[in-house]
Design a protein around this ligand. Sequence first.
Ligand code: ADP
Ligand code: MG
Length: 231
Amino acid sequence: AQDLLVKSEKLLAVGELAAGVAHEIRNPLTAVKGFVQLLSSSTSEKQTLYHEIIESELDRIEKIISEMLLLAKPQPVQYRPVDLNENIAEVVRLLRAQANMQNVSIVTRCDGDIPKVMAVDNHLKQVFINIVKNAIEAMPHGGALTVSLTNIENTVFVRFSDEGVGITEKIRHKIGDPFVTTKEKGTGLGLLVSKRIIANHNGALEISSNSGEGTTVTISLPVSFEASPLD
Ligand code: ADP
Ligand code: MG
């Protein structure tokens, strides 16, 4: 029965991932389509810019697919010591173009030495990508996203604070449930998958927000723990 439960949870996770993949890829694909259409009718200066955007969006799609495939692999995963500074720098690099296009500045802060945490590097990246994307999407008129790292007694806290629209009281308790989204093109799966990944790491994901006052997502991760070989 234990095996069956694990198996059905895995199937569910794969289904969620499939939807997640579609969601994550639709945005850059829409951008590529739009700029391809614009290409023929624009000046050569604009064309160079459009080519660059198209190329970076295609890179993004490629990266997302390879990371999603890693995540969907039904094999035992390897927990290894992960440098969160490096992991987050890579995530920020991936999303920098999207942030710039929306006048969002991303600042990373590090409070003292951050020990490596036992984690699945790509899974954590996927979580951070989801959260940074949500923050960017919450600031359609620009703003700042601050990502800070702190270590308190062998628990590392990763805090994402944005200046976006915030979350209204009406739906606050439902956020993170499957398919709960306030976005026209959202799936409401990002936080669900993120919470599951963080739970597999024996960590926690908390959201605090007031409508109009920005949102803070705090993830805590133990530096070490006994990982289950099954997730
Ligand atoms: P999606 O992004 O597809 O809507 P998520 O699970 O990532 O799905 O997020 C669910 C919902 O949580 C979003 O639609 C949004 O209403 C809310 N949300 C998440 N992060 C933020 C944020 N940083 N600021 C405001 N609302 C947020
Ligand atoms: Mg999202």
